[in-house]
Design a protein around this ligand. Structure first.
Ligand SMILES: [Zn+2]
Ligand SMILES: [Zn+2]
Length: 78
């Protein structure tokens, strides 16, 4: 199970409404798959495995992003 804090805005995922979830998930999915984007910003900690996204290779990043999206969907927020 994932931690319930959003990797992007640090607020509890449970406190996100659908619009905010969409925004955060979309941004996370985009940034996590784009090392050039997230290398220039503050650390992005992977909500799935707890490691920095920079420590992921591209395959791991994709897997973690997909797992995170599945976990969020299972939380019944969407
Ligand atoms: Zn968020
Ligand atoms: Zn990860």
């Amino acid at each position: 199970m994932i931690s319930t804090a959003c990797p992007l805005c640090s607020e509890e995922l449970k406190n996100h409404d659908k619009e905010k979830i969409d925004k955060c998930l979309w941004r996370f999915a985009r940034e996590a798959r784009n090392p050039i984007v997230y290398a220039s910003r503050t650390k992005l900690i992977c909500p799935t495995c707890g490691e920095e996204m920079l420590d992921h290779n591209i395959n791991e990043a994709h897997e973690c992003v997909e797992q995170f999206i599945r976990d969020v969907e299972e939380m019944d927020i969407l």
